[in-house]
Design a protein around this ligand. Structure first.
Ligand code: GLN
Length: 204
């Protein structure tokens, strides 16, 4: 089975572990650099990105994570995980940084309360997958712009306007949404498919 690390510092860890196990993968909680050794893929779950950013230093995980994700380890970031991966963060908490491996600008907490309270659909444009996914957004980040080489794979209509909620670059996939709340397996299946293909390394 694919060994899939789940960053286990804070946030929706157990929910992602259950989804991965349900897909036949072996979830591995990642709390220190040693836990990154031998992984086939990684999930950075939702939670609170400013807290996660701080805990990366406490756990000594910042540089080791940069190395493995930048080196091409297939990675899925959800919600706060997207914020943590992003190169540029708007509306950060005081002192908040990020890993910066994904060439996108995100705005934290970009949607209003109405969006938080409804489950809807978002488009999905990864070849071989469905053409839409279930979407639950909770104080979700929005992708405001993407650099060259970053592909928009998911958008969600809010008040008739399509907003970017999913991007992919190399082996890194990141979405604003909470698949662990809707049970939609598409993003995790996409991650596991990436394990089986040759993943290009990100350049940073
Ligand atoms: N707004 C949160 C943040 O920036 C993300 C919320 C979430 O992961 N549900 O960390």
């Amino acid at each position: 089975a694919a060994r899939v690390g789940v960053l286990a510092l804070q946030g929706g860890v157990a929910e992602h572990e259950r989804m991965l196990a349900g897909l036949g993968a072996a979830p591995v909680p990642v709390r220190s650099a040693a836990h990154l050794v031998g992984l086939d893929a990684l999930v950075i779950p939702g939670g609170e990105s400013s807290v996660l950013d701080r805990l990366l230093d406490v756990a000594g995980l910042r540089e080791p994570l940069l190395e493995v994700v930048g080196g091409g380890l297939p990675t899925l970031g959800t919600c706060a995980g997207l914020v943590l991966l992003a190169a540029r963060v708007e509306n950060p908490a005081p002192g908040q940084g990020s890993l910066g491996v994904l060439d996108v600008t995100v705005r934290r907490n970009a949607f209003g309360r109405q969006v938080d309270s409804v489950e809807t659909w978002a488009s999905w444009r990864v070849p071989g997958g469905p053409d839409r996914i279930r979407a639950a957004a909770i104080r979700a980040p929005e992708v405001l712009d993407v650099g060259p080489g970053v592909e928009v794979v998911s958008t969600m209509a809010v008040d008739g306007v399509d907003r970017v909620v999913g991007v992919r670059c190399g082996a890194v996939l990141a979405i604003s949404l909470h698949p662990e709340l809707t049970g939609d397996l598409t993003a995790h299946e996409t991650l596991l498919a990436q394990v089986r293909s040759d993943a290009p390394a990100l350049t940073r």
